[in-house]
Design a protein around this ligand. Structure first.
Ligand SMILES: [Zn+2]
Length: 247
């Protein structure tokens, strides 16, 4: 973590614009140059570094080290549930298999997306840019606006990694982490199929997590109030918008 602090002061800030220029350049030959740039930052793990570069390329702009650091430290701690944390780890490291990866490994002729069957199935296409998945995230985004009662930018790093910055109010961030992770776990459940999760599936999953959070709160002795506060808006939302009988 010491290295991160140092990066923030010198390397990162100074070289940011240079890196940004390189990241915006879509040609992959720049990858090695960027990689060298990152090596100088003297961060620990090579795998993390290359994953971070790919994420920056995908979202189209650099993600600040401070934001990654926050995700590693506080962002991961919103839950004690391993399935949820595992999903975040898998997203950071981009561990999900894709048609493009499969085609490369097995020399398959078809590397098209499992959902739309039209475009190359890259990691980012499957998670964000595919028209089918786009529609799903749009639905989830609309539900967020109903829960929070305000709007915020729909950014891939927020929905896919939980890097929200100041876009979502601090008191809503724990719920945001649960709700986006729930959506991703459901997407992963329908991985390799044309199917997408439904709104009801997402709501049900979140109801499970709400119970889980209440238990976690009790185990960790957080006090009922903070857990109650995290889920208050969601409970109000369920009363108004949920069509499932159990609500
Ligand atoms: Zn697609």
């Amino acid at each position: 973590m010491e290295a991160f602090k140092l990066d923030k002061k010198i390397g990162f800030q100074v070289e940011r614009s240079k890196l940004e220029t390189e990241l915006l350049e879509p040609k992959t030959k720049n990858l090695s140059r960027m990689y060298n740039l990152l090596l100088k930052w003297n961060t620990q793990d090579e795998t993390v570094k290359s994953a971070m570069i790919k994420w920056a390329q995908d979202v189209g702009h650099n993600i600040m080290f401070a934001d990654w650091e926050q995700l590693w430290t506080t962002g991961m701690k919103f839950t004690a549930c391993n399935a949820l944390r595992e999903n975040i780890m898998k997203m950071i490291y981009r561990w999900y298999i894709t048609p493009v990866k499969l085609a490369k490994i097995y020399h398959l002729p078809d590397n098209k997306c499992w959902k739309c069957k039209e475009t190359e199935g890259t990691f980012f296409h499957l998670w964000w840019t595919c028209p089918k998945i786009k529609a799903f995230w749009e639905m989830i985004y609309n539900e967020f606006k109903k829960v929070f009662k305000y709007t915020f930018p729909k950014k891939p790093e927020a929905f896919l990694l939980g890097i929200v910055g100041q876009m979502v109010l601090k008191k809503d961030r724990t719920f945001f982490m649960y709700a986006t992770t729930a959506a991703r776990i459901l997407i992963a459940k329908h991985w390799k199929t044309q199917e997408l999760p439904t709104l009801e599936e997402w709501q049900m999953k979140l109801m499970d997590y709400m119970e889980l959070a209440e238990m976690t709160g009790r185990i960790r002795d957080q006090g009922e109030e903070s857990v109650e506060e995290d889920w208050k808006k969601f409970k109000d939302y369920l009363q108004k918008h949920c069509k499932i009988k159990e609500c």
